[in-house]
Design a protein around this ligand. Structure first.
Ligand code: ADP
Ligand code: PLP
Ligand code: ZN
Length: 302
């Protein structure tokens, strides 16, 4: 079955962040990708052009003129500009009219560990316009707290926050990483997910899961973007089984990160911390794991 994804994210000249984290692995899932490149960046050094809302609209006009407006998925990530984000909202609304079963996967990239790294005026746009359109939402703990105005200190808080996010729109919510303590010790980070589905008899069910992910002592770039792309792919294969989709997503992440850190430590040499360039995700080398991951993380149903 052919499946079309429209991915509106940044493009980078090296490494795997934004659209490179989606456009490389997703075609393995036999999807036809079409992507908008809207921003260029090279590690911490910002260079290149940022696509404006008007320029995005010109690209979208091109899509309409070419009569290629039917998409199964839209994927969005990092954006720093409210008018750009509002244009994205307009496009999604129009494309959902063309295909009412279009699934919008939204990574509400705003910040991490208590600090925002996008302008603060993006928050109300995400809250009021973007999240209500999203079908699948992948915030980290901080982003989920920003969107709901609730702090997460316990698993119960996390469940409440995911329910609040459901009320805002998305049927599937995954908190990609939290600071919650893992029962397996401090070598693990905790991720949680919640999915509401309609049963054939019309009643609703809700699956909630929790995962302990082995922590690697390094900071990676583009892992959030890869997570969102992989969740898109695996929820496509398991649309009503969040446990299966998340186990595969997180297992892919684990294999890619493990290969990346092993290589980075090797090239950095004993006693040296790898540089961001050395920590560039080993994506091409992980092709087989991306296509068919050995399951290394089991999700617990809550
Ligand atoms: P975000 O950038 O959106 O905050 P993260 O990159 O922290 O999201 O997490 C996305 C996923 O990437 C996590 O669920 C985990 O699978 C993986 N990941 C990221 N950093 C690490 C790490 N240091 N150790 C292990 N897994 C990681
Ligand atoms: N894309 C770009 C261009 C970024 O600069 C950032 C973060 O600074 C992200 C995406 C977010 O990536 P992640 O969600 O993996 O932290
Ligand atoms: Zn993120």
């Amino acid at each position: 079955m052919e499946c079309r994804v429209l991915s509106i994210q940044s493009h980078v000249v090296r490494g795997y962040v934004g659209n490179k984290s989606a456009t490389f692995p997703l075609p393995f899932f036999k999807k036809n990708m079409l992507s908008f490149y809207f921003l260029s960046l090279c590690y911490a050094h910002w260079k290149g052009q940022v696509l404006t809302a008007e320029e995005l609209n010109v690209l979208y006009e091109g899509i309409k003129l070419n009569k290629v407006t039917h998409y199964d998925y839209i994927l969005t990530g990092y954006s720093r500009d409210t008018s750009f984000l509002e244009m994205v909202v307009d496009i999604i609304q129009e494309l959902k009219k063309v295909n009412p079963s279009l699934v919008y996967v939204c990574d509400p990239v705003m910040g991490d560990h208590g600090a925002m790294y996008v302008p603060e005026n993006l928050l109300p746009v995400y809250k009021d316009k973007v999240v209500p359109l999203a079908d699948i939402l992948t915030p980290n703990q901080f982003e989920a707290e920003l969107l709901t105005g609730r702090k997460i200190n316990t698993e119960e808080d996390a469940i409440e926050v995911m329910d609040l996010l459901h009320k805002m729109g998305p049927e599937t919510v995954v908190l990609t990483s939290t600071d919650l303590p893992s029962k397996n010790g401090d070598q693990f980070l905790v991720a949680l997910g919640s999915q509401k589905t309609k049963k054939p008899d019309g009643t609703n069910t809700n699956q909630k899961i929790c995962m302990d992910i082995p922590k690697v002592d390094a900071v990676f770039v583009g892992t959030g973007d890869l997570f969102a792309a992989m969740l898109l792919a695996w929820t496509h294969h398991h649309p009503k089984d969040l446990k299966a989709a998340c186990e595969k997503t997180v297992s892919v992440m684990h294999h890619v990160i493990k290969r990346t850190i092993t290589y980075a430590n090797e090239v950095a040499g004993p006693g040296n911390r790898p540089s961001p360039a050395q920590l560039e995700l080993r994506m091409v080398q992980s092709k087989a794991d991306i296509e068919n991951p050995t399951i290394v993380v089991q999700a617990k149903v809550l």
